[in-house]
Ligand binder design. Structure first.
Ligand code: DGJ
Length: 748
């Protein structure tokens, strides 16, 4: 049945339980009956969640607090963890309540580390102390109920453990049973407590427009480190992902604790050692400017915070997350189809669209093997530049006098599906929508409003805005045969006021806006099951596990320079699967930095992800067309390995390295794909010898060269042991050179 109205609260609940159902319903791969993933020992009051190589445990201590006990390698089935016992106060300055690592510490008693929950009551009381009340276990799903020591504020802590990876999903539901409204001032999804240590290195991802996905590494010092967005959306500045590794951990070995927050609004993750040097990681809604009035009887759901542990270094942490995203997060999980090869017209035409011009590009795209043709910005309203038209999702009849239908039919006749660019959450003041509804934008009345790219942000927290956008998009997709939407979002919030809303409820914006965004995406997918969606925000400004539940791919960066892309793509893969990482081949010299590279180099760089072409095909020479045809055909033969296989970052392009190499191996182990890139040779040094990974040492693999040249005498077939131990010497010399090699298993 089609539902057109749903209250925010219900949507949130549906969102959380959807993930839990998904985790619980996928059976573990092992053949023998698996031990129960969640155990509760009555005598010690200890909860133990175990799956794959991981155990996570906590217990109820003598005061009734929920206390973290263990998170690391899997413990034996017969191992008994001692009951939780609060930490003695190290000094009068650090009383026991704050020194004890709680699972979900509320701000109250003596807490000096980051609280997971902070509440202000109408009588001025702001003290909250949560104690265990009850719990329920259902397969791999656990709910623990906590309650304040004197007031009827309850917190449901939800835990799920994925049987395939040991990745945990945690979230919290804050319930107000006090009979009076209260204000939630801070509310996290979870606090994760790691073992004590002074040798942790925090890994995180930072950036800005056209320079996203930079991997930062820093020691965890005595002060708090904050990763966050205050921008209303995920943001380019930090990605809601972390990895904490002990000293000595490398790409392929050593302990790593990692996590990712599933939220596309303002978010925050803090990392800090407590007084006993245990590392506390707390994440959820960003408390900056946050205030959520919880009416009597109402509840607030947190986002979901996923986290995992591995002994296999940063590479294995990434591979676990990649698999988890593919099998549990993405809309087509657990079996996402291969990403089609896409053409996008933006860099070729910008706003200068015509029916004839698009048809010409579509014909050329089909000729080289493209499977999806996407028309970007400029097809609607008075959109001749970024100064007008946003909000008016009506075909521009000057550019498309016959509407979109003839173009769509032509694209289909050429054997491709058709995709369209939209930026639904924004409006140009010079638009019919804004002229009709000036009250629909975020602003503080009477104050200046910050425009960015000449646009304002629609207040999607308003139900009329939400319903309008859903209706417009639903009509667009219903009336035209559209298989794909590129959903863009080209600025961040400023002056986040909600005129018309009661002042005490205005800051609900931070939650309701994102809930309504998810609501639209979810309903569009329900109404149009074949529709696929890309999340784009001026590049990689909205990539997180929240939006990834509704979008099939993401646009990591507007920076399409193939060399810059190597480090952008390298950083991206720490948190996200290459299966969603859209990468275009564009023109040379590239607009970003005027760097010139060969078409083959550009293709190989883009083939590390989900391949797209964004060049002006009308300017291509016949030999370019032939190169593109060949490499697109090659890509189709390796894309499942690249998109959904296990990725090994063999040589990182970071820190000024002139080299970069990745290897992907298919899930069935039958195909390995190697990409290698050289920035510039110097001093007669050869390219580093490449040793492949994770092949079957006994099996035979045949070598196929897609681009580049291995040294003379390299066997065409050898054992996995040979390719891993003796390796391959590639003859890469010069500037911006690249090679791609495929190893196909020759023996069964
Ligand atoms: C920003 C996107 O990242 C680009 O790819 C393009 O779609 C433009 N917006 C269009 O305005």
């Amino acid at each position: 049945m089609r539902r057109t109205r749903l209250e925010n609260d219900t949507v949130t609940r549906a969102r959380v339980s959807m993930i839990f159902v998904c985790l619980a319903s996928i059976p573990a791969a092992q053949a023998e009956p698996a031990a129960a993933p969640i155990r509760y020992d009555e005598s010690t009051r200890v909860f133990e969640l175990s799956a794959e190589q991981v155990t996570y445990a906590f217990g109820v201590n003598e005061r009734g607090e929920l206390q973290s006990l263990y998170w690391g390698g899997r413990l034996g089935a017969d191992d008994v963890l001692p009951a939780a016992k609060s930490d003695a106060a190290p000094s009068s300055f650090d009383p026991s309540t704050g020194a004890t690592p709680q699972e979900y510490p509320a701000w109250g008693s003596a807490l000096y580390t980051e609280p997971a929950l902070k509440i202000s009551f109408p009588d001025g009381n702001r003290d909250l102390v949560l104690h265990y009340l009850s719990h329920t276990v259902n397969g791999a799903h656990l709910v623990v109920l906590l309650k304040d020591v004197s007031r009827d504020v309850r917190v449901q802590l939800r835990y799920d453990i994925d049987p395939d990876s040991g990745i945990l999903a945690r979230s919290a539901r804050i319930e107000n049973h006090t009979g009076k409204a209260l204000f939630v001032q801070q509310s996290a999804a979870a606090t994760w407590n790691l073992p004590a240590g002074d040798d942790y290195l925090l890994h995180s991802l930072s950036g800005r427009w056209a320079a996203e996905w930079h991997l930062d590494r820093r020691p965890v010092l005595a002060s708090q480190t904050v990763l966050e967005s205050r921008r209303g959306s995920t943001g380019h500045q930090n990605n809601p992902w972390f990895a904490l590794a002990r000293a000595g951990t490398s790409e392929e070995s050593g302990p790593v604790w990692f996590g990712a927050l599933a939220w596309s609004g303002s978010w925050r993750i803090t990392v800090e050692p407590d007084v006993k040097r245990r590392i506390r990681v707390t994440g959820g809604y960003n408390p900056f400017d946050f205030s959520y009035r919880l009416a009597a009887g109402a509840a607030l759901e947190s986002p979901v915070f996923f986290a995992g542990y591995t002994q296999g270094g940063l590479g294995e942490a990434s591979r676990l997350l990649h698999r988890f995203e593919l099998t549990h997060v993405l809309p087509q999980a657990p079996h996402p189809r291969a990403r089609p090869v896409l053409y996008n017209s933006w860099e070729a035409t910008e706003f200068n669209l015509t029916e004839a011009g698009q048809m010409k590009l579509a014909e050329m795209a089909a000729q080289i093997g493209v499977e999806r043709f996407v028309m970007d910005d400029g097809w609607f309203g008075a959109r001749d530049s970024d100064r007008a038209g946003l909000g008016d999702w009506i075909v521009n009849r000057r550019k498309f006098p016959r509407g979109l239908q003839p173009l769509i039919e032509r694209v289909h006749a050429l054997g491709m599906d058709f995709g369209l660019w939209v930026e639904p959450e924004m409006v140009n003041p010079d638009s019919d929508l804004y002229r009709r509804h000036p009250d629909w934008v975020l602003n503080f009345p009477g104050r200046p409003r910050t425009e960015a790219r000449n646009q304002l942000v629609l207040n999607l927290a308003r139900q009329d805005v939400r319903d309008h956008l859903f209706r417009v998009l639903d009509e667009l997709v219903t009336q035209n045969d559209i298989g794909f939407l590129k959903w863009d979002y080209n600025r961040n919030w400023a002056e986040p006021g909600w005129p018309g809303q009661k002042p005490e409820d205005q800051q609900k914006l931070y939650v309701s806006y994102v809930e309504n965004l998810y609501w639209i995406l979810q309903r569009l997918r329900e109404r149009h099951p074949k529709l696929e969606i890309e999340s784009c925000s001026g590049g990689g400004g909205r990539v997180d596990l929240g939006i990834m539940r509704f979008t099939d791919e993401v646009w990591p960066s507007d920076n399409t320079d193939p060399f810059d892309r190597l480090s952008i793509q390298d950083g991206f893969t720490y948190a996200h699967t290459p299966g969603v990482m859209m990468a275009w081949v564009t023109d040379s010299p590239n607009w970003v930095n005027q760097r010139s590279t060969s078409l083959e180099y550009r293709f190989l760089s883009a083939m590390q992800g989900s391949l797209g072409v964004g060049a002006d095909l009308t300017r291509w020479r016949e030999q370019d067309v032939q190169t593109a045809k060949r490499l697109i055909a090659d890509y189709k033969g390796i894309r499942m390995t690249v998109q959904q296989g296990r990725l090994y970052r063999l040589i990182s392009p970071r820190d000024g390295s002139p080299y970069s190499a990745t290897q992907s191996i298919s899930s069935d182990g039958r195909q390995a794909v190697l990409f290698a890139f050289l920035h510039s040779s110097s001093m007669l040094y050869p390219y580093p010898r490449i040793h492949l990974k994770s092949l079957d040492p006994q099996a035979r693999y045949r070598l196929r060269v897609l681009a580049g040249k291995p040294e003379e005498g390299t066997p065409v077939e050898a054992s996995g042991g040979y390719w891993m131990s003796d390796g391959i010497q590639l003859m890469l010399k010069g500037d911006f050179q690249a090679a791609a090699i495929v190893l196909d298993r020759a023996t069964s």
